[in-house]
Design a protein around this ligand. Structure first.
Ligand SMILES: [Zn+2]
Length: 252
């Protein structure tokens, strides 16, 4: 059993949190970064972190697909509580066109950019790292982080073009791998390219992989998938990625 960190878990969305966290401890998960997507999940995430001190570390943020009419309230919440968190997230841009949906209109894109930029400012003011969702808008999400002079960011579950990935890595940012490393061509290509020193592990739970909802214990699947893909031992991947996560989030 290896000591691993799940650096991106939506714990507020898990059905049976207590049991899931027991299984996580049993699987060697030594810390969890609990991200959130809006005000409601943010409040719950802060509660969960208080219930599991020294194990669950919170992050607050307004996710690009969660921007509603009252988004100013969500932003005020992020501003007020970012100081109590290890990071600002999950934030970013999502221009991905899902099957059967129209492509994102100009107004929606502009609003996403505004909300993301505001949260980059908050992170900067509070001295917090940023957890970035960049699906379908990889280059712009990276460009905005760099132009806002953000020094610490994780580009979560990267599936974008390799040239953008290389720019992300050149900026000194980290990239996270999910259990999709087992089968997603785009994600496998990205993870293969990321040096271990810039990689961290996650689950994005409760996202379902191949039909099964995930939980933090599944970060072990990510570990196994990364080790296999890179041809390195699981022990080495665990050691380096856990060290990366501890340094990045400044964990005790
Ligand atoms: Zn997420």
């Amino acid at each position: 059993m290896y000591r691993v960190v799940d650096t991106h878990a939506h714990l507020s969305d898990l059905e049976d949190l207590r049991t899931a966290l027991e299984r996580a401890r049993g699987a060697g998960v030594c810390a969890i970064i609990a991200v959130s997507a809006n005000l409601k999940t943010g409040l719950r995430t802060l509660e969960i972190a208080e219930e599991y001190p020294g194990y669950v570390y919170p992050a607050v943020g307004l996710h690009p697909t969660e921007i509603g009419p009252d988004y100013h309230e969500d932003l005020m919440f992020v501003e007020a509580r970012a100081g109590d968190c290890v990071a600002v997230g999950e934030v970013g841009l999502d221009f991905w066109r899902r099957r059967g949906e129209p492509s994102k209109g100009e107004e929606e894109r502009r609003r996403q950019v505004y909300v993301y930029t505001k949260q980059l400012e908050i992170a900067k003011r509070r001295g917090k790292p940023v957890l970035v969702h960049s699906r379908g808008a990889w280059a712009l999400a990276h460009h905005l982080a760099v132009s806002m002079d953000i020094s610490k960011a994780i580009f979560h579950w990267f599936t974008g073009p390799l040239r953008v990935l290389r720019a992300v890595l050149d900026s000194g940012y980290l990239v996270s791998a999910t259990p999709a490393v087992e089968y997603s061509r785009a994600h496998r290509e990205a993870v293969r390219e990321v040096p271990l020193e810039q990689l961290v592990l996650e689950t994005d739970c409760p996202v379902a992989y191949r039909g099964t909802p995930s939980e933090p214990a599944d970060v072990v699947r990510t570990l196994r998938g990364v080790a296999e893909l890179k041809g390195v031992s699981e022990g080495e991947v665990a050691e380096v990625t856990t060290r990366n996560a501890r340094e990045f989030f400044d964990l005790p």
